[in-house]
Design a binder for this molecule. Structure first.
Ligand code: NAD
Length: 494
């Protein structure tokens, strides 16, 4: 029998007031129903926010090292449950087991790293211009944080938001992606086991407009932390701005690898395959453009196409599989449409381009790893985020032209260059307008101790992970302590 999962509000597992549920299915096998989840609405969100609001003072007043201790226990439980979390995740969203294990590992790394902020979270002390006056700045929690997350990193991305929000003393309501609620339910159970007090973290499942949007509009939510598409992100930005509330946005990418004429081509092809077809191309940092120097274009293309054709598609739980399915039928149709668009625009299809016919593949939303060549920088396939296993080869004649092509994008998340020329590598770091740049490595593979995010249409200037996450989830308070026993006037008493 299909299991029904509930919302988590004020430390209790509760049904939605709507009395309705939605089904979550395995994208590798549509006959496999993962579970039934609450199809919640505004009233459920209202309850969850009230619970977070009421828990706010107690959590804020809990010493930060104590908050950190609970989160260290979360990290330990993630380690213990890594395999079952990864297996549920592969079944729920399709990416191969090696990658879902990586997703859990990222959450483990982030949790250990960020829980330590409970004993750091440093501010500044600076001298005063007056005698017997002490000046410092301290971080303050914002209050109630609403987190809205996507499905492609079902555990890692929630961890990027929940752990820094909680260690800094905020209380939280999370709305998981509609396609991956099970992983977040599993995560919430871990917080529960770790001893997080009731009300500090709440979860409401459902659709974006029914659950996400009420968080944007609610006056008691102080910050909305969102990761997802550009279109949803810009609606959220406008909504938050009209309610004068803070927001952080992590959105799409159109990431590129530059291949110079001195590149190690075997290594480059490994990087392109990993970047373009890992997670079936459904990473915000996926490599979807390769800007290749004309002198090595022929050789690189031949190597890449040979390897792309050899990738094995199937259920990600099978260890022989390289590429899992797309997330759903809508995604499959979207990728198919982009193949048509690419052909119509005059790009040449070198391999893939369709829904595969192999044994067992008809039960899932699979798509062949696809390589286009003869792509020009302004084609739609070179500008729009396809979010599938499609990579476009664009030929360039010089380093400067390559940089220009990469930067000619509405997005600015990740970029890479393969070259043995150290001068070119450093020039690329300086000139590529992206939040992340890799040298002789693919566009994917961020580590949690560094800031994560992008420029232009990818974000609104914040960076998650690293210590920069603290900037999102705290506000500065400047404190002046006058111990002179008299009225002292800054700028006046000199
Ligand atoms: P999406 O925008 O469709 O959904 C993201 C979340 O927003 C989901 O939980 C969804 O239910 C919710 N939502 C949808 N409409 C809403 C509304 N009107 N109000 C409030 N919430 C709403 O994105 P997706 O398809 O889940 O994820 C894929 C996108 O996420 C891609 O564009 C990808 O590049 C991006 N992404 C970015 C990063 C990053 O860190 N930059 C990381 C992963 C994914």
């Amino acid at each position: 029998m299909t299991r029904t999962y509930k919302n988590y509000i004020n430390g209790k597992w509760v049904r939605s007031r709507t009395g309705e549920c939605f089904e979550n299915i395995n994208p590798a096998n549509t006959g496999d129903v993962i579970g039934r989840f609450q199809k919640s609405d505004r009233e459920d969100v209202e309850q969850a926010i009230a619970s977070a609001f009421n828990a706010r003072k107690q959590w804020r007043d809990t010493p930060a090292p104590r908050r950190g201790e609970i989160l260290f226990r979360v990290a330990e439980l993630l380690v213990k449950e890594k395999e079952s979390l990864a297996r549920d995740m592969t079944r729920e969203m399709g990416k191969i087991l090696a990658e879902t294990r990586g997703d859990v590992q990222e959450a483990i790394d982030l949790t250990y790293y960020t829980a330590g902020e409970g004993r750091r979270m440093a501010g500044d002390t600076v001298p005063s211009e007056l005698d017997k006056k002490f000046c410092m700045s301290v971080r303050m929690p914002l209050g109630v944080v609403g987190c809205i997350t996507p499905w492609n990193f079902p555990l890692a991305i929630p961890s990027w938001k929940l752990i820094p929000a909680l260690v800094t003393g905020n209380t939280v309501v999370i709305k998981p992606a509609t396609a991956t609620p099970l992983t977040v339910v599993n995560f919430i159970k871990i917080f529960e086991k770790a001893g997080l007090p009731p009300g500090v973290l709440n979860m409401v499942t459902g659709f974006g407009s029914d659950v996400g949007w009420p968080m944007v509009e609610h006056p008691k939510v102080n910050l909305v932390s969102f990761t997802g598409s550009f279109d949803t992100g810009s609606q959220i930005a406008a909504g938050c701005a009209s309610h004068m509330k803070q927001f952080s946005l992590e959105m799409g990418g159109k990431n590129a690898i530059i291949v110079m004429d001195d590149a190690d081509l075997e290594l480059t092809v490994e990087g392109i395959l990993f970047g373009a077809f890992g997670t079936t191309g459904q990473r915000c940092t996926a490599c979807s453009r390769v800007i290749v120097h004309h002198k090595v274009q022929k050789k690189l293309t031949a190597l890449l196409v040979k390897r792309a054709k050899a990738l094995r598609l199937g259920d990600g739980l099978n260890s022989k599989v390289d590429v899992g399915p797309l997330i759903n039928e809508e995604a499959q149709k979207k990728v198919e449409l982009y193949i048509k668009i690419g052909k119509k625009e005059g790009a040449k299809l070198l391999c893939g381009g369709g829904v595969p016919k192999g044994r067992g593949l008809g039960k899932g939303f699979f798509f062949e790893p696809t390589v286009f060549t003869d792509v020009s920088p302004h084609m739609r396939i070179a500008q729009e985020e396809i979010f599938g296993p499609v990579v476009s080869l664009i030929t360039c004649r010089s380093f400067d032209q390559a940089i220009e092509i990469v930067n000619d994008s509405r997005y600015g998340l990740s970029s890479a260059i393969y070259t043995r020329d150290v001068n070119k590598a450093f020039q690329a770091i300086q000139e590529l307008d992206t939040g992340i740049t890799y040298i002789n490595a693919s566009t994917i593979g961020a580590e949690i101790q560094l800031p994560f995010g992008g420029t232009k249409g990818t974000g609104n200037g914040h960076r998650e992970a690293g210590t920069t996450a603290l900037e999102i989830f705290t506000e500065w308070k400047s404190v002046y302590v006058d111990y002179s026993g008299k009225l002292q006037k800054a700028q006046i008493d000199t």
